[in-house]
Write a protein that binds this ligand. Sequence first.
Ligand SMILES: *[C@@H]1O[C@H](CO)[C@@H](O)[C@H](O)[C@H]1NC(C)=O
Ligand SMILES: *[C@@H]1O[C@H](CO)[C@@H](O)[C@H](O)[C@H]1NC(C)=O
Ligand SMILES: *[C@@H]1O[C@H](CO)[C@@H](O)[C@H](O)[C@H]1NC(C)=O
Length: 486
Amino acid sequence: MGFSKTSLSLLLLSFHILFSSSDATSRIPHRQLFQKTPTFSPNQQVNIIHGDSVDFVPGKMVEKNFSFLGGSDKPSIENLGHHAGYYSLPSSNSARMFYFFFESQNNTRDDPVVIWLTGGPGCSGEIALFYENGPFHISDKSQLVPNNYSWNKASNIIFVDQPIGTGFSYTLDDNDYSRDVTSISNYLYDFLQEFFKQHPDFVKNDFYITGESYAGQYIPALASRVRQGNKDSEGIHINLKGIAIGNGMTNPLIQYPSLPQYAVDMKLITKEDQDQINKLIPPCEDAIKSCESEGGDSCFTALTQCNDIMKNILSIAGGINYYDIRTQRDGELCYDFTPVETFLNDDSVKKALGVLEDLYFLACGRLANNKLIRARMNNFEDDIPALLEDGIKVLIYAGEYDLICNWLGISKWVHAMEWSGQKQFADSKTVPFLVDGAQAGSLNSYGLLSFLKVKGAGHMVPMDQPKAAFQMFVNWLDGTLNERSV
Ligand SMILES: *[C@@H]1O[C@H](CO)[C@@H](O)[C@H](O)[C@H]1NC(C)=O
Ligand SMILES: *[C@@H]1O[C@H](CO)[C@@H](O)[C@H](O)[C@H]1NC(C)=O
Ligand SMILES: *[C@@H]1O[C@H](CO)[C@@H](O)[C@H](O)[C@H]1NC(C)=O
């Protein structure tokens, strides 16, 4: 994947425009920016296919059963309940959305259906699948290893490559790319409608929307879209019960200004550095406000302006991994996702998944990211109170060592959020979240809202603390997470 110092463009959020002068439509980064990712080359039109080699049938969903486990001693494909599919978005000219669907290993028919959304924008859901909460993890040698803490041990889970242009999702028509979060949530809503149409047995099940990082924007937006669709009886009623956001970027106006404070608290910078860097906060805040009122290019300006805060912190903090300040970036990169790229670019794997050989898999790519360059700085916290009032559970969790979407800024917006339980939430006691009797985090909760600061984790909580993340997930699903704080 590609977090280079020059691109600084990773997982959840991208900062690449900080340093790169490339315009918003440039497609492919230069190879030298990604020494660790030999898969990039300037000529590679990642996820752009020339000529339509497959007929586009709007609204069509094609799903395959697959198995990565071979041999007669292994369970059959059917037993595993592993599926991969493409959905041809009906409101597009040629966009196809790729997804994985893993049936629950526990009570398939009754366990909830969960969709996971990775951030970026432009990072594939397969980062979560293979490094965080999917049924198998990937080793440095691109070998698959079962994950004992897979979230499909308690749910039927879908990982989607989105927005279009991410992972194996592609289009032949530039008009199809999402340029704002509304487009993303409309596409996902259509996807869910067709998914439940194809899987009618799951319509009655509880449904949850989860994800990480920049999905802190997609998740509230999609939940609101589902809520609206349900209210308007637009299609199949989706039984939305909750949303969970891990280290999300949800309210930039509160989260960007938290960066210097977090950095000084964690001794990445000195108090004197902080005083200097704090001068960048008012221009960042003003720019975000302009973005909110004017939209368009002012949002691009806000992104650049606010990223200056991060840029200045990193110029002092040096080579830290800004997704996990306990570690240094591995060379130019924060994390090395080459193993999953190697694995998914294998022709036999693509074939098993029903993916065209021409498609090149990148863990994080620039294409979808660049299309959203004017849509990064909006506030999606506003969508959440209505969800809470409607009886939808909201879990906001944050690994304590993430700088970029740090727990401090997240905690601030969660507390500042206006809803009927705001005061009681603020007054709630912080209680330990225990896993095997040991503290794995600190929880604040009231009613349907939970905020969990996760110990020993960076940005990617299920990767760093798989067991704690799994227990959090299971307790949250079954409604016992908040009981711990009473
Ligand atoms: C695919 O798997 C499902 C169960 O997970 C099964 O019902 C279906 O028959 C399978 N389809 C094929 C073509 O094997
Ligand atoms: C996963 O579970 C298996 C069987 O219980 C066990 O042998 C293995 O050590 C576990 N792996 C990890 C990484 O915990
Ligand atoms: C799996 O199902 C059993 C029986 O319904 C239940 O007791 C258990 O808690 C479930 N496990 C998980 C991880 O949800």
